[in-house]
Structures are given as structure tokens and as C-alpha cells.
Design a protein around this ligand. Structure first.
Ligand SMILES: Cc1ncc(C[n+]2csc(CCOP(=O)(O)OP(=O)(O)O)c2C)c(N)n1
Ligand SMILES: [Mg+2]
Length: 325
């Protein structure tokens, strides 16, 4: 049950709305630019899942850690990576958060607690356990959070990462974004169980299910999980039930699911749900919301100009920042 709006505070609600809208608009624009051939490589969009990143990251400080996946734009924006540096990264520019060498699937900025994202499905999960181990010994009170998909929960790395975090009682939160598909493979064909969170019991950790399209529900569940972690009470597996409204990546005709199913989920669009709540329970008006959206649009257009005007990463930069032993 979500906390009432008065308890959460309108400032926080509006801030979450702003970030969710920022993620959506950022990706809408990035998709257009990609279709125009301005952005190279491929894109995995987060459309429909914004409440997960924002609900979780609203509980995190700058020096808490997150790890992410091939679908990382939302996590990066919610953790505070600057949109200019993400946009420049997508354009392959020197001012990008990874100096333009990583592109969409590797965005991150350790200065704000985000490890560059990893596109190997499940590989970020044990790294989160490692970051949580560092928190326990070097940064007490800090927490490490892993975002990953339902598909990643069938990788060996999921088992290893959760088990290590459990046996060492690490300050970690494992956030599974169950969007019902791993690329074109439906959840039901690769899981014998109904919920990913059931697996928590196998590692002796708490498992919880939350409506991943309700940012307040996600915020509250993540609050409990992060507080437990910070207090030395160990890790949690948080399963957020959600839906990717777009295709898996650049060319996906989505023949593996029905238009009716998509329409049902789009009715519960997380941004619309929060806007309705702000209007009905808060003191906000549609003009207040529009003002936020207008400012976000200005910021995003500014980030695009910044990225376009930034210098390209040069072939001579290739070996800079490359570690070899
Ligand atoms: C180890 C590994 N296997 C396969 C792939 C190819 N691949 C990329 S994304 C993806 C689906 C992942 O599904 P899920 O974990 O549910 O995340 P979602 O795409 O739904 O966000 C696959 C199979 C990969 N990148 N890494
Ligand atoms: Mg999935």
C-alpha cells in the first residue's frame, strides 16, 4: 500500500515526476535522433519502466552505488549522471561520461555512484556484491544497488551474486525489473515459478514484490530495503513488475506479444499514474506539471546542442583510460 501523498511530501513527488519525465523525454528524443542516423550503434529504451529507477534512486545518496545493464539510460538519469554527458556519450563525443568510448550500453559516472553499465546480461549482479562488500568495510552506512531484468535472473551470475551478498550479510539491494520478456522470450517459458522474488528464500534473504509502475510503491519498498541494508540487516531481492512499452532494441516488430497486452500496460503508464495522483491528491495543477515538462524539454535540447558541438573522440584516444596488466 503506497504512502499517502501528504506523508511523502509534494516536493519529493514533483521531483520524482520531473526525473521520470526527463527519462521519457530524453529517450523519445534519442530515438528520433537515432532514426535520423545521428546517433550510432543501437538503443535499448526504458520506456514504461521509469518508476523503478526513480523510486529506487530517490532513496540513494550520491555516494551509494548502482550497477546497470544494456538498458541503462533511466538508471543513469535517476542516479544523477548529467544528461549532457549521457547525450555526448551516445554521440561518441569526448565530453561523454565514458569519453565517448562506451555508447548507450555503458553509460555511468563513478563520481555520482554509477558504475558504467554492463551489457553482459547478469554480469553486474556479482559486481554489486563486490561494491556492497566495499561499502561494508570502507564506507559503512552506504549501499550498493543492482538493476537487472527477469532474463538476468536465470544467469549463473545472479545465483553467485545473491548468495555471496547473503552469506556476508552485505548492504545490497537487488532490483529485478520483471518486464515479462527477455528480448523475445516470455517470462513464463523460462520460469517454473510465478515470481522471481521466490528465489530470495533460497539464499536466505528477504524477497518482496512491488508494482513497478507505481513510483510511490517502488519508493516505499526500496526505502525499507535500503534502510535494512544500511543498518547491517543484509540484502533484499526486490521484484518490480513492469513492462517495456517499446521493442527490445532498434529493430523489434514485437510479434511475440499482443497489441491488447501492450494496450493494457500502456493504460498504466507510470508517468500518467503519477500525474493523475499529483492532480487528484496533491495541490498541483496541470500548469504546474506543464512548467516542469517545459523546463525538462529545454534542458534536453540543451544537452543535444552540447553533444553535437562537442569534439569527437579521436582514434588516438583509444588507449587512454584502458587498463592492462
Ligand atoms: C550473457 C548474455 N547473454 C545474452 C545476451 C543478449 N541479450 C541482450 S539483452 C537480452 C535480454 C535480457 O533480458 P532481461 O534480463 O529480462 O532484460 P530486459 O531486456 O528485459 O530489460 C539478451 C538475451 C547478452 N547481452 N549477454
Ligand atoms: Mg526482461
Amino acid at each position: 500500500m503506497a504512502e499517502p501523498i501528504e506523508v511523502l511530501g509534494n516536493g519529493k513527488m514533483l521531483s520524482m515526476y520531473r526525473t521520470m519525465f526527463m527519462i521519457r523525454r530524453f529517450e523519445d528524443r534519442v530515438n528520433e535522433l537515432y532514426m535520423q542516423g545521428q546517433i550510432p550503434s543501437t538503443l535499448h529504451l526504458y520506456v514504461g519502466q521509469e518508476a523503478v529507477a526513480v523510486g529506487v534512486c530517490t532513496n540513494l545518496d550520491k555516494d551509494d552505488y548502482i550497477t546497470s545493464t544494456h538498458r541503462p539510460h533511466g538508471h543513469a538519469i535517476a542516479k544523477g549522471v548529467s544528461i549532457k554527458s549521457i547525450m555526448a556519450e551516445l554521440y561518441g563525443k569526448k565530453t561523454g561520461c565514458c569519453q565517448g568510448k562506451g555508447g548507450s550500453m555503458h553509460v555511468g559516472d563513478i563520481q555520482v555512484g554509477m558504475f558504467p553499465a554492463i551489457a553482459i546480461v547478469g554480469a553486474n549482479i556479482p559486481i554489486t556484491a563486490g561494491a556492497a562488500l566495499a561499502c561494508k568495510f570502507i564506507h559503512p552506512g552506504k549501499v550498493a544497488v543492482s538493476f537487472f531484468g527477469d532474463g538476468a535472473s536465470n544467469e549463473g551470475a545472479f545465483h553467485e551474486g545473491l548468495n555471496m551478498a547473503a552469506i556476508w550479510n552485505l548492504p545490497a539491494v537487488f532490483v529485478c525489473e520483471n518486464n515479462l520478456y527477455a528480448a523475445s522470450t516470455p517470462f513464463t517459458t523460462t520460469f517454473k515459478i510465478k515470481d522471481v522474488s521466490e528465489r530470495a528464500a533460497a539464499y536466505g534473504m528477504l524477497g518482496e514484490i512491488v508494482d513497478g509502475n507505481d513510483v510511490i510503491a517502488v519508493y516505499n519498498a526500496a526505502k525499507k530495503a535500503t534502510e535494512r541494508a544500511r543498518a547491517g540487516q543484509g540484502p533484499t531481492l526486490l521484484e518490480c513488475k513492469t513492462y517495456r512499452q517499446c521493442g527490445h532494441s532498434r529493430s523489434d516488430p514485437r510479434g511475440y506479444r499482443t497489441k491488447e497486452e501492450e494496450a493494457e500496460w500502456i493504460k498504466r503508464d507510470p508517468i500518467l499514474l503519477l500525474a493523475e495522483r499529483l492532480l487528484s491528491e496533491g495541490n498541483e495543477t496541470s500548469e504546474d506539471i506543464k512548467r516542469i515538462e517545459d523546463q525538462v524539454n529545454v534542458d534536453i535540447e540543451g544537452a543535444i546542442v552540447f553533444a553535437k558541438e562537442s569534439p569527437d573522440t579521436e582514434p588516438s584516444d583509444t588507449l587512454q583510460h584502458v587498463y592492462y596488466g
